[in-house]
Design a protein around this ligand. Structure first.
Ligand SMILES: C[S@@+](CC[C@H](N)C(=O)[O-])C[C@H]1O[C@@H](n2cnc3c(N)ncnc32)[C@H](O)[C@@H]1O
Length: 328
């Protein structure tokens, strides 16, 4: 990820608060608004190069013109997707990341602030959906997976990545934190934990993907490049290891590809024909940047709002987004 200042909160971008103790799990440890990509990715160019290559290989067989990237964040994986597909659409919960992405690359035309758990697109809108390093931030991953299934066309490809338990990575972190004196505040060992909200077990993710209707096509495991001698291995070796170790739980980060069954067909042409209101699900061409039609949703009258950089917000009302403050 390129060097940049940490994305801070802005008036159009209210913080999303994770409810404490949801489903009996601890509060979410991340504050997305202050996520510092510079610090997070300093010295980890090899991880980015490896993940870009893993995604590139995973989408080789994808057909069709349009891709949805869920949670592009700082845009690490975006170029790989743009090279493969004619039309790129990005959605992120955090408006500040989208504003920065647009500032760096104004040719990224179709960016929307939205929640993957309630996607503002009509059914069968995309040829492929990519969601890299987002799963572990989700409150309701099963909703996100169902939504991604819904917006994929038959034959469409999903690629997602997630961190899981147990793995050598979680064991290493648990032992390191246990040996610290004092132990980090709020530290709870996760390797053998039964609480799976943020770090799921592999079987659980596979079961969620299958129950949504997907057929799992492939899995690859990464993470070695972040540890000791793994840092010195060439990318081709690491990609080979990612494929060879896909059946073991040793490595902490997993890339999974899955297909929506059915014969591929072209999704509807034009972004105006795929955007829908996140509140009433009525098609809403006026929410697309540059549209000359009404700025209010034709179904429920919700007003369209956008960030100063012109990124429309399509968060559902009630999620704390701008629609909650806009007058109806
Ligand atoms: C760790 S970053 C990953 C960014 C990028 N995919 C990468 O691999 O570098 C997680 C991203 O997911 C986004 N995100 C988290 N929850 C989301 C949700 N419910 N809907 C859409 N985006 C979400 C965050 O705002 C952030 O940009």
């Amino acid at each position: 990820m390129r060097a940049r200042s940490p994305p801070g909160p802005s008036p159009h971008d209210p913080p999303r608060v994770w409810p404490e103790g949801i489903d009996g799990h601890p509060a979410h440890p991340y504050d997305l608004e202050t996520l510092d990509f510079d610090r997070l990715w300093a010295g980890r160019e090899k991880t980015t190069a490896l993940e870009a290559e893993v995604v590139r290989r995973a989408i080789v067989g994808a057909e069709g013109p349009r891709v949805l990237e869920v949670g592009p964040g700082g845009g690490r994986i975006t170029p790989v997707l743009r090279r493969k597909f004619e039309e790129y659409v990005g959605v992120d919960l955090t408006g500040g990341f989208l504003d920065e992405l647009r500032a760096r690359d104004p040719s990224l035309r179709w960016l929307f602030r939205a929640d993957v758990e309630s996607l503002p697109f009509v059914d069968a809108s995309f040829s492929a959906v990519s969601m890299i390093r987002v799963y572990n931030f989700l409150l309701h991953p099963e909703r996100a997976i169902r939504e991604m299934y819904r917006v994929l066309e038959p034959g469409g490809l999903l690629i997602l990545s997630y961190h899981h338990v147990p793995s050598l990575g979680t064991l290493f972190e648990d032992v390191r934190n246990c040996l610290k004196d004092p132990r980090p505040v709020g530290f709870v060992p996760v390797t053998l934990s039964r609480k799976e909200l943020l770090l799921p077990r592999r079987a659980r993710v596979r079961q969620m993907i299958r129950s949504a209707g997907f057929q799992i096509a492939s899995e690859r495991a990464t993470g070695l490049e972040d540890f000791g001698p793994g840092r010195w291995l060439p990318i081709t070796t690491l990609v080979g290891l990612a494929e060879a170790t896909s059946h073991s739980s040793l490595l902490p980060h997993r890339f999974l590809t899955a297909r929506k069954p059915g014969l591929p067909r072209r999704p509807p042409a034009g972004i105006g024909s795929i955007v829908r209101c996140p509140d009433c699900s009525v098609g809403w061409v006026g929410a697309v940047p540059g549209a000359e039609v009404p700025e209010r949703c034709p179904g429920c009258g919700r007003r369209s709002t956008a960030s100063p950089a012109g990124i429309p917000s399509l968060l559902p009302t009630g999620s704390g987004g701008p629609a909650d403050r806009a007058s109806h």
